[in-house]
Design a binder for this molecule. Sequence first.
Ligand code: TLP
Length: 345
Amino acid sequence: MRVIDLRSDTITRPTAAMRRAMADAEVGDDVFGEDPTVNRLEEMAAERLGKEAALFVASGTMANLVSLLVHCGRGDEVILGDRSHTFLYEQGGCAALGGIHPRTLVNQPDGTLDLRDVEEAVRPDNVHFPRTRLIVLENTHNRCSGAPLTPEYMKGVGEMACRHNLKVHVDGARIFNAAVALGVDASDLVSVADSATFCLSKGLAAPVGSLVCGSRDFIAEARRARKVLGGGMRQAGVIAAAGIVALTEMIDRLAEDHDNARRLAKGLADINSLSVDPASVKTNIVYINIPRKGMTSKDLADRLRRDGVMLLPTGPRQMRAVTNYHITSDDVDDAVGLIHKAMTE
Ligand code: TLP
């Protein structure tokens, strides 16, 4: 049975071109800085994001943790959204491993933090308070319908951060989805950021890896942080090679995933017993709420799995669908039909 897997864009498998590039990759010991393929990927990443340097790490979680460890010392405070991936889904690593104090502010439905809230949250210099060091933003915002943060919003963030002497980090796991959706360069979305990450292993379909981008000095420190976390890799060119293909061939096609997500949201919005807001869908993520009493997201996920559709429960009555490289518009129509059937039986 064909399975339409909409749980995440992380399920994407490497393309044939990636597998060829991996097999042929020139490699060396990357802890000695001698893997030419890793070095090339890092240069490409830095250029794409308009930063001086970049570092290849194992995952988006490691990319964020390494960045926070460099920006903040023990007892420093980081301002971040209450729906951010770093706050919700990274095991509180910044607190657990870095002694960094998280201060959450309400994420607006469009993924932003209200800059007045941020301004109020910045701590004055007082012996009672931790020192506010850093603002973390997420672009696109996973838990806020995959919303892209705009260059205009980021400009305001930059001005505010400058006034208060704060650093800015962007968790750009899906930054290229944001860039494609907004029709801008990814570098325009992170120009005010002191550090920005992105993932190769989500919509870009590479099997492993994320990049941290920033100034040369920042990346030198990030390289130390990666090493202490056990993230120094040796002949990592084998996986970096797939990342190079991802950056070269897989960005522009993200527009197809966005079209499919809109198509899915519109199809699901016509199902009475579900609540979906197509207007909120700007990239590849669709949230589906189940108002019907007596049915949980787990019930629906189990039911749909039998029919070959996979969605991710994200709350007792909420599911997530993420379009990706393996999903066609026909798959979307089939998924809508099967979900309709499950909800009307
Ligand atoms: N997100 C995954 C799950 O962890 C929920 C997904 O399927 O969406 N930042 C953002 C915005 C992310 O969405 C994710 C992964 C990460 C960081 C962490 O990346 P990995 O999984 O590579 O550690």
